[in-house]
Design a protein around this ligand. Structure first.
Ligand code: ZN
Ligand code: ZN
Length: 378
């Protein structure tokens, strides 16, 4: 335990009306069971753009990695200086879903039952202009410092650079976890992936780790499909924008699988109207998964569910931080997950406007904001 004081941090703040700015916030010292993290890097994800219209003001960001700067009472297992990854579904460890091993669905974190109370930081807060403000996913990783419960951090191996590790905390966990934990893809299974951005490429890498046979990438862009092949797709199908194009892609995937359809199809486009499209690509009894976070309107044809097809919307790839993050880090170190190729551009916090523009134009696989070196501040 240290005798830390509140400190100032530069942070990206969403105003709740679609705009953001960089300003100084005040971050409290950690209370009992809490740690304060000096962020080294934070990946950008489409949710960060959506967060611009969440009730604000709000510290943005949820895909972060950094170094423990100070710890509160009772935190003995995370020494100051520990390099950590943050997770945004912070399990309380006590509610029915946590006890059942589904920490990503924690009923406290997700606010299912107000009587359970929140697992948000209980003691300290982040303030802007003297008032406490919210933080995206109770993390707010687009800030030089953040204060979180100790359960929100997982130590990272020394050999893994934090500007790469940070993307394990959302996009990679979501994609790889949906394959390994949710779909439970087995060796020689066939897989189709709709959309080859950061999550889609993580699905492809997860499928390769699981030993899938055919891994079929479906995307509108030829360059995305070439990228998908570099990450392990065995076949590619280019698709146009209208329904007839989608049907042609379905037919092509069927042809590649002996007319049956794939065992598992993942929707990773983020396009709402495609949320149920993976059902059309799977065989009888197969599994369709929506992993993109699409959450608007989409038409359902009930027939698409026929023949005992399953449809899952896994949250956070079924993340169990203590099981999944060390495993993902290991796979990154042994090259089975290529984080280096996924982080296509690094920005300073002041370059956030450019980074957000690049996010929207699809220029990067993953863009990462860096706050400084991994070495301690002088
Ligand atoms: Zn819980
Ligand atoms: Zn995310």
């Amino acid at each position: 335990m240290t005798t830390a004081q509140a400190l100032h941090a530069r942070a990206a703040l969403s105003d709740g009306q679609g705009r953001f700015s960089i300003d100084t916030v005040e971050v409290d010292a950690p209370g009992p069971g809490e740690v304060r993290v000096r962020l080294v890097a934070s990946g950008l994800c489409h949710t960060d753009h959506q967060s611009l219209t969440w009730p604000g003001p709000l510290v943005m960001g949820h895909e972060g990695a950094g170094v423990i700067e100070s710890v509160g009472q009772g935190v003995s297992h995370l020494p100051v200086g520990t390099r950590v990854l943050l997770n945004w579904a912070i399990p309380c460890g006590r509610c029915p879903r946590c006890v059942a091993g589904q920490g990503a669905l924690c009923e406290r974190t997700q606010g299912v039952d107000p009587a359970l109370g929140s697992s948000d930081v209980a003691h300290g807060s982040t303030r802007w202009r003297g008032q406490p403000i919210g933080r995206a996913f109770r993390l707010g990783t687009l800030s030089e410092f953040t204060l979180v419960r100790a359960e929100a951090v997982t130590p990272m191996p020394a050999a893994l650079p934090l500007h790469q590790a940070c993307i394990l905390g959302c996009g990679v966990m979501t994609g790889v976890g949906s394959v390994i934990n949710s779909a439970q893809v087995q060796a020689h299974d066939s897989v189709a992936v709709l959309g080859c951005g950061g999550v889609g490429l993580s699905v492809i890498q997860g499928a390769r780790i699981a030993g899938a046979g055919r891994i079929i990438a479906v995307d509108r862009r030829a360059d995305s499909l070439a990228r998908a092949q570099a990450f392990g797709a065995t076949d590619v199908v280019q698709v146009g924008d209208d329904d007839a194009d989608l049907q042609r892609a379905v037919d092509e995937v069927r042809q590649l699988t002996g007319g049956r359809g794939v065992d598992h199809a993942f929707e990773a486009t983020g396009v709402d109207r495609l949320a149920f499209a993976p059902l059309r690509f799977v065989r009888h009894g197969g599994t369709a998964l929506q992993v993109s976070g699409a959450h608007g309107q989409a038409q359902i044809n009930v027939l698409d569910f026929w023949w005992d097809k399953r449809y899952l919307v896994p949250l956070y790839g079924g993340c169990q931080p203590e099981r999944d993050f060390p495993r993902l880090a290991r796979w990154a170190l042994d090259g089975r997950i290529n984080l280096q190729a996924m982080v296509t551009r690094r920005y300073t916090l002041d370059e956030l406007p450019q980074a957000m523009a690049d996010l929207l134009s699809g220029r990067n696989i993953k863009g990462v904001i860096e706050f400084g070196s991994e070495a301690p501040h002088p």
